[in-house]
Design a protein around this ligand. Structure first.
Ligand SMILES: C[S@@+](CC[C@H](N)C(=O)[O-])C[C@H]1O[C@@H](n2cnc3c(N)ncnc32)[C@H](O)[C@@H]1O
Length: 300
């Protein structure tokens, strides 16, 4: 296994190796390192990426020898994967709502549960067709804002984040998907730098890992994804609490707030929203029935 960089990678590439042999060896070695539970799949994805083939092409060429340049790329990526670097950072993209979003170290890799946040937002927007102004607070790669722009057409969306790295990736995704006329990017510490306007919908997937829970969380996530995207005070609720408190000043009468959170936080967040004066508060759940977020309506 390539442990460190190109030198080791080129040493690995000195022998002739077929697709099948490379996959077999990488799978065994990734399993031994224990940093992934999907060693064979990871090996296939990384080899397909290195050769610029689809996985189907990979299977059709299973007995082909690998070129030197593909081998160098592949074993270098395997070395990174063995250290726990997320696949999405190695590929440079992550699929979200059936689209490929660019990601890089410095921005959170979009999670499948956040697709549920998008679903919930779309349901609310369907019920209020006049809604035109949306805020995606803590936008990261822009996966929520851009997906809403593409799924709803003709909405105005502000995507805000405090991280320069995140905003750079978000802008690249906005350009890639051609939604620059709909999605405006703002650098802001939560609401502090936002335009003085009221939104119809505020959606947010803020950091919600507690520093108290950090050690229990996935060590690879902690080691490779930005702490600013993960942590929010001891209990993980500092951002959520602040958003619930401050959102009403940025919502129209009848506007909605939708938040993603950890399942064990959801009831507490719902109670805060009700106390703050939101009506129709409800939890939304993932496919295993766990609450993953809260929504509510601001009556003004
Ligand atoms: C959990 S990530 C979510 C990213 C993206 N919305 C997604 O779902 O993949 C949280 C994001 O909040 C941003 N963030 C952290 N603190 C912030 C603050 N005070 N104001 C604005 N954004 C902040 C981080 O930079 C990060 O991009």
């Amino acid at each position: 296994m390539t442990s460190d960089g190109e030198k080791a990678a080129s040493a690995e590439s000195a022998t002739v190796e077929t697709v099948a042999e490379a996959l077999q060896r990488a799978t065994v070695e990734l399993k031994q390192r224990g940093t992934t539970r999907s060693a064979r799949l990871d090996a296939e994805v990384l080899l397909a990426h290195s050769a610029q083939w689809s996985r189907t092409q990979l299977h059709c060429r299973i007995m082909d020898p690998l070129s030197e340049s593909v081998k160098v790329r592949f074993w270098k990526l395997c070395g990174e994967r063995a250290k726990g670097v997320p696949i999405a950072y190695l590929l440079g993209w992550k699929e979200f709502y059936s689209r490929r979003f660019a990601v890089s170290a410095g921005v959170l890799v979009p999670r499948p549960e956040t697709e549920l946040l998008v679903e919930r937002s779309l349901q609310i927007l369907q019920r209020s067709p006049g809604a035109t102004n949306i805020l995606d607070l803590c936008c990261g790669s822009g996966c929520i804002a851009i997906t809403l722009a593409l799924e709803t057409l003709s909405k105005r969306i502000v995507a805000a984040d405090l991280s320069d790295d995140a905003l750079r990736v978000c802008k690249a995704n906005i350009d890639h998907f051609g939604v620059g006329e709909v999605v405006e990017v703002v650098k802001s510490d939560l609401f502090s730098e936002l335009p003085k306007e009221a939104f119809d919908l505020i959606v947010s997937n803020p950091p919600y890992v507690g520093t108290d829970f950090g050690p229990e969380a996935d060590p690879d996530v902690m080691a490779h994804e930005p702490g600013m995207a993960l942590f929010s005070g001891r209990h993980g609720t500092d951002h959520l609490e602040s958003i619930v408190e401050r959102a009403p000043a940025h919502l129209i009468e009848g506007g909605s707030l939708i938040l993603e959170c950890a399942s064990f936080q959801a009831e507490k967040i719902e109670a805060w929203m009700a106390e703050r004066g939101f009506s129709q508060t409800c939890l939304w759940h993932d496919l295993s029935g766990l609450p993953r977020g809260v929504s509510g309506r601001w009556e003004g």
